[in-house]
Design a protein around this ligand. Structure first.
Ligand code: PLP
Length: 397
């Protein structure tokens, strides 16, 4: 037998499996609500005007494609830091934050996980129940034992906050707790400001290491509003890691643009952390790609383009909210015995719709694809497909 002959087939990715089934479906009216991508009202992934304008500037400059520094483009790292922490924040003023460009939000999480594995190898990792389906595998592949903390309450369609807080308080000191900064994926259920205060206090009192995953800044209440939780954690003192992604907020999925930021206790400590983060990057992929980082840095640092981005992002946010409203209203008419008002309260691209696995399978027979858990991507609804979706849901309820 050869080295490879006994290797088993790896399990299929559950979400990509839906896309495969969707692609194979011959029905021209098929609808894919299983995706994790924002579609505009025409059902297309938008190419933002701010991105097109930044690309025109970059083509004009015709810069050679040299290697970037290990930590990425300096202008990008600085712009990301100011976006994530606020330009006037103490951690930036005191040079206590370090930021490295990463290959999307996933790459940022992986750099963070590898970094933590090096310096806190015995720590337990805790993720929400449920969480983004890659969180567990990603931290396990970095060598951690990954546990859940209570999060979603299927009865209220909201957060089981008492359960979450109790779990936080029971974690061993030094545990790494992964928190969704906003627009929780997959549930759409976020914490209130007052609940965040209690979480921040529990994390501090318990000596936990918070790792904030912010993949949807600007899709909740607004760019600053969604980022507020990062600022509050940073102000509370203690170590802090933040992964952020521009896949969704710039509609730059395939360019793989994200960053990892780490908050240190002093500028001197920050220097040491950066040197170690660079070591992780260097041994994984040496240095990040140029194009996406340059596009985002150009938009964030050019006032007209920045303004345009904020408007375009607001447009995406508002369209999702309109789809939530329409979903609730139309289901109220078609299925008045069922209360879907909670969908209006959920935040971000996704909704745990409460549909069962059996109902999801029935929808699939109608060429409407959702995740088995009942997760639907609200950003895949549009003015042309929503009535078809509502009629089909009303039928399976
Ligand atoms: N974290 C969460 C919660 C996500 O939903 C996603 C993407 O779906 C990511 C991280 C990864 O982002 P990226 O596609 O930029 O790697």
């Amino acid at each position: 037998a050869s080295l490879f002959s006994a290797i088993e087939m790896a399990p299929r990715d559950p979400i990509l499996g839906i896309t495969e089934a969707f692609n194979a479906d011959q029905n021209p009216a098929k609808i894919n609500l299983g995706v994790g991508v924002y579609y505009d009202d025409n059902g297309k992934v938008p190419l933002l005007a701010c991105v097109q304008k930044a690309e025109a500037i970059l083509i004009e400059q015709a810069a050679p494609r040299t290697y970037l520094p290990i930590e990425g483009l300096a202008a990008y790292d600085k712009a990301v830091q100011e976006l994530v922490f606020g330009a006037d924040s103490a951690v930036i003023q005191e040079r206590r934050a370090v930021t490295v460009q990463a290959i999307g939000g996933t790459g940022a999480l992986k750099i963070g996980a590898d970094f933590l594995q090096r310096f806190a190898p015995g720590a337990q990792v805790y993720i929400s129940d449920p969480s983004w389906e890659n969180h567990r595998a990603l931290f396990e592949s970095a060598g951690f034992v990954v546990n859940n903390y209570a999060y979603y309450d299927a009865v209220t369609h909201g957060v089981d906050f008492a359960g979450m807080l109790a779990d936080l308080k029971a974690m061993p000191r030094g545990s790494i707790v992964l928190l969704h900064a906003c627009c929780h994926n997959p549930t759409g259920a976020d914490l209130s400001g007052a609940q965040w205060d209690e979480v921040i206090a529990a994390v501090g009192a318990g000596g936990l290491v918070p790792f904030l995953d912010m993949a949807y800044q600007g899709f909740g209440a607004g760019i600053a509003e969604d980022g507020a939780v990062v600022r509050r954690f940073a102000a509370s003192g203690g170590p802090l890691l933040i992964s952020n992604s521009f896949s969704k907020s710039f509609s730059l999925y395939g360019e793989r643009v994200g960053a990892l930021s780490v908050v240190a206790a002093s500028a001197e400590e920050a220097g040491r952390l950066l040197s170690q983060l660079k070591r992780v990057v260097r041994t994984n992929y040496s240095n990040p790609p140029v194009h996406g980082g340059k596009v985002v840095a150009t938009v964030l640092t050019t006032p007209e383009l920045r303004q345009l981005w904020e408007e375009e992002l607001a447009g995406m946010r508002v369209r999702i909210k309109e789809m939530r409203d329409a979903f609730v209203k139309k289901l109220q008419e078609k299925a008045p015995a069922h209360d879907f008002a909670f969908v209006r309260d959920q935040i971000g691209m996704f909704s745990y719709s409460g549909l069962s696995k059996a109902q999801v399978e029935q929808l699939r027979a109608e060429s409407i694809y959702a995740v088995d858990t009942g997760r639907i991507c609200v950003a895949a609804l549009n003015s042309r497909n929503i009535d078809i979706v509502i009629d089909a849901i009303a039928k399976v309820l």
